[in-house]
Design a protein around this ligand. Structure first.
Ligand SMILES: [Zn+2]
Length: 296
């Protein structure tokens, strides 16, 4: 017996169990889902105490991911809880619904995650345009702030004894920075303003445990490392070795080969033959040769 096809989605499946949907209003471009909290308790983020005392209620209106091209807004009534730990300075705690909605955020965490993921693959302005087409309201400036906030929340990368250093341009030819990368896992450790030796020297003085550096062939970083950490090993990285090798080959070819090379006449004939053969093969494939043969 065939299982009956499911034609209705239960929206509760897509939200925390502590949120109860009590109304949905939809128009041509927007869906508003009205929800209220069913929470009986809340964990204090400061001390970890589980509180059951309601301190008050609050109302929030936040964006969620769009549904089939329609904007989705959540209209939520939730509780504030009073921390029951007498030694805790936290007066009231708001519900975050286990990482679904952060305090003072105007969108759900999954919506923010989507925007940040898109921005990392495109750009902030492109993300704002794509989101607008999908039904998410966000400006390019807000996307930048979201990315910066996420970066601040990330734990700092530990500085080991193996570091890669290179420069990069915010605006090529004008603004350069120095990026420092963990040599083991290739994660960014730090970004410094500028790309001269003094910029790197200040950082090296704070991180004297580094024993190995990969770097480009430029002299500024080499000079800084030699001066501050003379015993550290300096390794020319593969990318810059390849780049230098290709530059050398190009330079040699440019100096050795004449600007104009005449093709000898005897090489012209085989080339014509090859072209003729290629044309015949092409005609065979399309069937035109066969048709011509029959007509003659
Ligand atoms: Zn507390």
């Amino acid at each position: 017996m065939m299982k009956p096809k499911k034609t209705v989605l239960d929206l509760h499946e897509f939200f925390p169990v502590a949120l109860e949907i009590y109304d949905i209003v939809s128009d041509e471009s927007q869906i508003t889902i009205y929800m209220k909290s069913k929470s009986k308790e809340c964990i204090c983020p400061a001390c970890g105490t589980i509180s059951q005392k309601h301190h008050g209620t609050y109302h929030r209106r936040v964006q969620d991911l769009p549904i089939l091209g329609k904007s989705v807004w959540l209209d939520i009534n939730a509780y504030e809880f009073r921390c029951e730990n007498p030694d805790c300075s936290n007066v009231s705690n708001v519900e975050t619904f286990q990482g679904f909605l952060q305090y003072r955020r105007r969108m759900t965490d999954r919506c923010a995650f989507f925007i940040c993921a898109l921005a990392l693959e495109t750009s902030c302005e492109a993300t704002a345009d794509i989101c607008k087409a999908m039904g998410i309201q966000v400006s390019g400036d807000t996307v930048i702030r979201m990315l910066l906030s996420r970066a601040e929340d990330c734990p700092a990368e530990a500085v080991g004894d193996f570091v890669g250093v290179d420069d990069f341009a915010h605006k090529k030819g004008r603004t350069y920075c120095t990026v420092l990368v963990n040599g083991e896992n290739h994660r960014i450790i730090d970004i410094l303003e500028g790309r001269d030796a003094d910029t790197l020297k200040a950082w090296l003085k704070e991180n004297r445990q580094v024993r190995r550096f990969t770097r480009d062939r430029a002299s500024s970083y080499a000079k800084a490392i030699s001066e501050i950490l003379p015993d550290a090993m300096q390794i020319a990285d593969r990318f810059h070795l390849h780049q230098n090798l290709l530059d050398c080959i190009k330079s040699i070819l440019n100096s050795e080969l004449p600007a104009r090379i005449k093709i000898p006449k005897e090489t012209a004939e085989p080339r014509q033959k090859i072209s003729s053969q290629q044309e015949t093969e092409s005609k065979k494939k399309s069937g035109t040769l066969q048709a011509q043969t029959i007509r003659t």
